[in-house]
Design a protein around this ligand. Structure first.
Ligand code: SF4
Ligand code: SF4
Length: 83
């Protein structure tokens, strides 16, 4: 599953530069994750880097984007191909 940022986000800015897929950006009020780019860091790291650094633990799995590890790996390869 892609991850998502909840409204508990305090806009601390630390997650955005950590994302290897550039999936995190500032939204209208808080940071948002593009589900088409988030692989849960699969292909890059063993753990989701944004979750590692978030001080308020506001980055759960996105229930609207159910994906298996194979799906996430396929997304990783697709993103690599897109450069
Ligand atoms: S889990 Fe990884 S790929 Fe997904 S938004 Fe967080 S840092 Fe980016
Ligand atoms: S690390 Fe957490 S609190 Fe900070 S901007 Fe990212 S989602 Fe928001």
């Amino acid at each position: 599953m892609a991850l998502m940022i909840t409204d508990e986000c305090i806009n601390c800015d630390v997650c955005e530069p950590e994302c290897p897929n550039e999936a995190i950006s500032m939204g209208p009020e808080i940071y948002v994750i593009d589900p088409n780019k988030c692989t849960e860091c699969i292909g890059h790291f063993d753990t989701p880097q944004c979750v590692e650094v978030c001080p308020v633990e506001c980055i759960p799995k996105n229930p609207d984007h159910v994906e298996s590890e194979d799906d996430l790996m396929a997304k990783f390869h697709k993103l690599q191909d897109q450069g």
